[in-house]
Design a protein around this ligand. Structure first.
Ligand SMILES: [Zn+2]
Ligand SMILES: [Zn+2]
Length: 673
């Protein structure tokens, strides 16, 4: 009975802070609970609100309070632990508490709905009995599992970084750790990047744990997702496998959280709340006293740095479980190639020859482009030089309208030129090649080969991703051309050649993580070749063979890469040494955008003068105009995100952003476009 609590604190999914006090009408007083949704009047409308508190006294004058209209849920839709997590989210990521809660609610329940019926023709994921038993671990896996088990046994919050090369058997360690947690009557959440959430991954867990596994990801329909969410909420499934949002799965007694491929960018949500599921997950585990395993072959600099500071415990798996060796890697210097064949060609002679050979032997080939074309980077095709900002060490972005090269962190600019400042040749230019171009070139050179392209353009339907991969697995495709989509944890035993068309595309992104991305991609791509009995080969084409990210990536040498990269991050004050907050102001009139952001920058600089914060910019964004809106950005460098969001909050108290402009705040941004 809550009759002593005639007032409720309510938050809304709006960019307004709250919570707001409401009167609970007498007939609802013994029904209302924290964590339920209600219909409540707000700003002339009736909206869905979340009850985050109940009290005997309101925070403000009673005469101004309005009444809740009705209850939506009989039982809380969100429990105390998740309410706490949403509070953390709103503080850390600078969003309202209501926006943060909304992230934890399954999509089907938004707008006040209470259930979603799966359409008749949809089958829920097949329930099956557990049929397989644990595999025998090698000594490295055993050591790792032993450390993890101590923490699980003690119900201790502890973070492990499981650094294991591709094929070193991380999944088996996950499986056996989950088993231990279940034996303690607790739950486990396994997060995987959306991209690797393939039926094969899920199958492996179902074979071991049967009906105890629920899955939550975007390839399920709203109805299927709601069914899975309900199973978890009702305690029927103590294991949840899912993409980013599964970090909010309503499991009871979280004992273990595993984040596979912890460095992946897909863990970061681009819309409000702009959270990183890895960091939100660690915050959740800390409250729950749960063990965390971060798994990766190429850990993020942040996570590896934390092991060096003994915040996380490092566990290494250096052997491939089946003793297969990593593929041989060759680097083709495209500068030399250009000198000899006198024109830019998608395929070097070495790569072309290697493809021919594989086609003859009926083996499969993957051709890989780091990402879809980002045409604004400029480099010298003679000496490989990339023009960078001296202060920020960020590739300069070409703004063709202004005929200028601009650093979009600090706004340094230089006039556009075709003459390379290093070798003095007129070789500065773009080398943009998209997946389509690679596909058509391949079709021209190898007319008899069966070629398919897999990127975000060709995999728009729910099922297309799976169809491509199964056709490839069956051997119905000879050459698969694709973006990072194909670089992730998939096993193709008949692939013996991987060609990286252009390693520089990622290297020249105007982003301080460009080298890290390049290293990760090259390492992962290389892991795709030679997973069967046949020996694999990787050919990397690049204009910058001497770059440490390229050379360490080709040798699978994480430590060599880390040592270089961490030094550079320390010198320039990038994460993990400082946090970044990326502010983007958008609007239809460029003048207004520029004026407003300049004023905001000034205010922030004044307000942060006494602290260790640094304000960079404002500068035009690398893509300066999208859908008619101009975009200018500021970068805030700050020791902790909370300091940054507090600073911002203080400044925004008396600096109102005009209504025709929109301010986007991204804490710990992953891409700064
Ligand atoms: Zn040059
Ligand atoms: Zn700069």
């Amino acid at each position: 009975m809550n009759t002593d609590f005639p007032y409720a604190q309510i938050v809304f999914n709006l960019p307004v802070k709250g919570p707001f006090d409401y009167i609970v009408p007498p007939e609802l007083r013994n029904k209302i609970k924290r964590g339920v949704r209600v219909w409540a009047p707000f700003g002339g409308r009736t909206l869905v609100g979340y009850v985050v508190g109940l009290s005997g006294k309101p925070g403000v004058d009673i005469s101004r309070l309005k009444q809740i209209k009705s209850l939506i849920d009989a039982e809380p839709i969100i429990d105390a632990a998740l309410l706490k997590l949403s509070k953390w989210l709103s503080k850390y990521y600078f969003c309202s508490p209501g926006e943060a809660i909304e992230a934890a609610i399954p999509g089907g329940l938004k707008k006040g709905r209470t259930s979603v019926k799966p359409r008749l023709q949809e089958k829920s994921p097949e329930a099956q009995e557990a049929s397989k038993s644990p595999l025998i671990l090698n000594s490295e896996q055993k050591t790792a599992l032993r450390e993890i088990s101590i923490s699980i046994e003690k119900s201790q919050f502890r973070v492990f970084l499981l650094h294991g090369i591709t094929g070193s058997g991380k999944t088996e360690v996950y499986l056996q750790a989950i088993k231990m947690v279940l034996e303690k009557d607790k739950s486990a959440i396994l997060l995987v990047p959306e991209i690797s959430l393939t039926p094969q991954t899920v199958e492996r867990f179902r074979e071991r744990f049967g009906k105890k596994v629920a899955t939550l990801h975007s390839r399920l329909t709203a109805g299927q997702r709601f069914e899975e969410w309900k199973k978890v909420k009702e305690g029927r499934c103590p294991i949840v496998i899912g993409a980013r949002s599964a970090v909010f799965a309503p499991v009871k007694k979280l004992g273990l959280l595993i984040i596979d491929e912890e460095h992946e960018t897909t863990y970061k949500q681009e819309d409000v709340p702009r959270y990183n599921a890895r960091d939100a997950g660690i915050a959740r585990a800390r409250e729950a006293g749960a063990t965390v395993i971060l798994g990766s072959a190429t850990p993020s600099l942040e996570s590896f740095y934390n092991t060096s500071k003994y915040k996380y415990k490092l566990l290494s798996l250096n052997e491939r479980v089946d003793g297969r060796i990593l593929p041989a890697t060759k680097i083709v210097d495209m500068r030399e190639e250009l000198k000899i064949i006198k024109r830019f060609s998608v395929f070097s002679r070495m790569l072309e020859e290697a493809i021919r050979e594989r086609l003859k032997r009926k083996e499969q080939i993957i051709l890989f482009l780091n990402r879809r074309g980002f045409s604004t980077f400029i480099h010298c095709r003679r000496c490989g030089l990339v023009l960078k900002c001296k202060r920020c060490s960020i590739a300069l972005t070409h703004h063709s309208g202004k005929r200028k090269l601009i650093c979009h962190y600090c706004n340094y600019s230089a006039p556009y030129t075709e003459i390379c400042p290093q070798c003095k040749n007129a070789y500065l230019g773009y080398s943009g090649t998209g997946t389509q171009k690679v596909e058509s070139e391949a079709a021209r050179l190898f007319p008899a080969a069966r070629i398919e392209r897999m990127d975000t353009d060709t995999t728009t339907t729910r099922d297309s991703h799976r169809r491509f991969l199964s056709a490839f697995k069956k051997g119905e495709i000879d050459i698969l051309v694709g973006t990072q989509m194909i670089a992730k944890g998939l096993d193709f035993p008949r692939v013996t050649l991987v060609g990286v068309i252009m390693a520089d595309t990622a290297l020249n992104l105007p982003d301080f993580r460009a080298a890290e991305r390049t290293f990760q991609l090259l390492t992962q791509v290389a892991g795709r070749a030679g997973r069967g009995d046949k020996k694999g080969e990787v050919i990397i084409q690049t204009f910058a063979p001497e770059n440490y990210a390229v050379s360490a990536g080709s040798r699978h040498d994480y430590h060599a890469f880390y040592e270089k990269e961490i030094t550079y991050r320390r010198e320039l004050g990038y994460p993990p040494f400082l946090h970044l907050i990326h502010l983007t102001l958008r609007g239809k009139k460029e003048e207004r955008v520029v004026q407003t952001i300049q004023k905001l920058a000034l205010r922030l600089k004044t307000a942060s003068a006494a602290s260790k914060a640094e304000v960079l910019g404002p500068a035009a964004s690398p893509i300066p105009r999208i859908r008619g809106k101009f975009r200018w950005s500021l970068v805030l460098k700050i020791p902790t995100p909370i300091q940054g969001t507090q600073l911002l909050e203080n400044v925004l108290k008396d600096f109102k952003i005009p209504p025709d402009l929109n301010l986007r705040v991204d804490v710990d941004p992953l891409g700064m476009m």
